[in-house]
Write a protein that binds this ligand. Structure first.
Ligand SMILES: Cc1cc2nc3c(=O)[nH]c(=O)nc-3n(C[C@H](O)[C@H](O)[C@H](O)COP(=O)(O)O)c2cc1C
Length: 173
């Protein structure tokens, strides 16, 4: 991006989108991981597909690189504490799953009991365009819908200091 104001205008446009936040969890072997994610969207209709972008810096990417199943939990305004746990701390430092209530789902993926709006997806693709984030493409294999509440959005949580900054790249090999 040229230094002609494009970057600032792009940032302003992205802030206006104000995405709903999710917690992405995953498991591989006996390892579990999860993080707060703002880069995510449905990306196909028939068959349905969902894309989630993981920062290479995160423990979730390190575990997710080896995982088949991922759970996407939709957060509502009452989920600030979960956002802080999953977005403001790293599995590199603490066991997040000792600090929340969860049950194992398909492939052992942790399902957060306090987030009934969620689906589990099986990984059907990975998109790596050599940036700081890698996209996992999911096929939904189970989904649950809870009561509807106002969503927890980016503007509610942008004060949370990420457990890892995206500039810290992580090589899972
Ligand atoms: C507002 C906000 C949005 C975030 N969006 C993403 C995202 O889209 N993808 C991602 O991988 N990490 C995102 N993060 C960063 C992770 O949630 C954060 O670094 C987390 O502590 C990583 O935990 P882990 O190392 O246990 O995986 C976001 C953090 C915040 C505060």
């Amino acid at each position: 991006v040229n230094d002609d104001g494009t970057a600032a205008a792009f940032d302003a446009l992205m802030a206006r989108l104000d995405p709903a936040m999710v917690v992405l969890t995953t498991a591989a072997g006996d390892q579990r991981a999860g993080s707060l994610v703002g880069f995510h969207a449905q990306c196909a209709i028939a068959p349905p597909r969902y894309a989630v972008w993981m920062s290479r810096a995160n423990d979730t990417y390190r575990v997710g690189a080896l995982a088949e199943h991922f759970a996407v939990h939709l957060l509502h305004e009452g989920h600030r504490g979960l956002a802080e746990l999953f977005g403001g701390t790293s599995g590199d430092d603490i066991d997040k799953f000792a600090r929340c209530r969860w049950t194992p789902g398909p492939g052992g993926v942790p399902l957060l009991e306090d987030c009934p709006d969620r689906f589990v997806g099986r990984r059907v693709g990975l998109v790596d365009v050599d940036t700081d984030h890698v996209c996992v493409v999911l096929e939904p294999v189970s989904a649950e819908v809870g009561a509807d509440h106002p969503r927890l959005r980016l503007h509610h949580v942008e004060d949370i200091e990420p457990g890892h900054r995206a500039e810290e790249r992580h090589d899972p090999t």
